[in-house]
Design a protein around this ligand. Structure first.
Ligand SMILES: O=C(O)CCC(=O)C(=O)O
Length: 257
């Protein structure tokens, strides 16, 4: 690991997040965005808002986004050589469809049923994400404070799967930072870090692909709340644990023979 990568890994360990990181050029992400637009035209916005879970198993462009060599290289620098791709999930906020939709404060691993409760998310900006259209809000360092109590939010507008929400009194909003990203950039957040996102107040879509990674030592303790089951796939290094049935990659890895 070179000095730059070592300091990125240190920052990730310390703050539970790194952002922004350039992964796709604007030309590259424009091609992926056009493919997403095509899918959205076919399936409708209702489905695309939060209904596209693990579509890397079905659509090659999602697979290519989730396993892009530069993304996997970045994850390797942050979390080590051995990596399973656990899941993917699009989060799209459409201003005209539902301008109130938001993501309540939460910690990812509280509802993913993993043991140990360790996971890492790369959030790929398919569209530009900024304060106006509801980019992610994260509390740096909050992953060091353990799991906070989650309740249920008192609105129907929370996009999270079981409407989970950390009560406001446990959140110090002043310490939160916005993860504004240009399309093609990513942020990476640790599964215990407290995060949220506010409604889309712009007239632009805000679409991001979350790509969830785990170390092969992580086991399934119970079913995740957001889907029946995932099908983890080895995307780097080796799996000496075999905690999950092997899933054959649905498409070839880019840049690998
Ligand atoms: O896209 C968002 O606004 C929220 C994403 C999120 O909560 C997550 O990646 O866990």
């Amino acid at each position: 690991m070179n000095i730059e990568n070592a300091s990125l890994a240190e920052e990730y360990a310390e703050r539970g997040l790194v952002s922004p990181i350039d992964i796709f050029s604007s030309d590259e992400i424009a091609i992926y965005r056009a493919k997403f637009d095509e899918l959205e035209n076919k399936l409708g916005k209702e489905k695309c808002q939060i209904g596209l879970i693990d579509w890397h198993l079905k659509e090659q462009f999602v697979w290519d986004l989730a396993t892009a060599p530069k993304l996997i290289e970045t994850m390797r620098n942050l979390i080590g050589e051995d990596i399973l791709l656990l899941a993917t999930h699009f989060f799209c906020k459409y201003p005209e469809k539902d301008p109130k939709s938001y993501v309540a404060w939460h910690q990812d691993v509280t509802y993913w049923g993993l043991d140990p409760a360790e996971a890492h998310t790369a959030w790929i900006a398919v569209d530009d994400a900024d304060v106006e259209n509801g980019s992610m809000l994260v509390i740096p360092g909050s992953h060091k404070n353990g799991i906070l109590t989650h309740g249920v939010s008192d609105t129907d507008d929370n996009l999270l799967s079981i409407n989970q929400a950390i009560p406001d009194e446990l959140i110090d909003e002043d310490s939160a930072i916005q993860l504004a990203l240009k399309a093609g950039q990513i942020s990476v957040h640790e599964g215990m870090v407290v995060h949220a996102s506010m409604p889309n107040g712009s007239n632009r879509r805000r679409c991001g692909l979350t790509v969830r990674f785990i170390h092969p030592r992580v086991k399934r303790a119970e079913a995740p709340s957001y889907t029946e089951e995932n099908h983890p796939i080895l995307v780097s290094g080796k799996d000496e644990f075999r905690n999950f049935p092997e899933t054959v990659p649905p498409f070839p890895f880019q840049g690998r023979k």
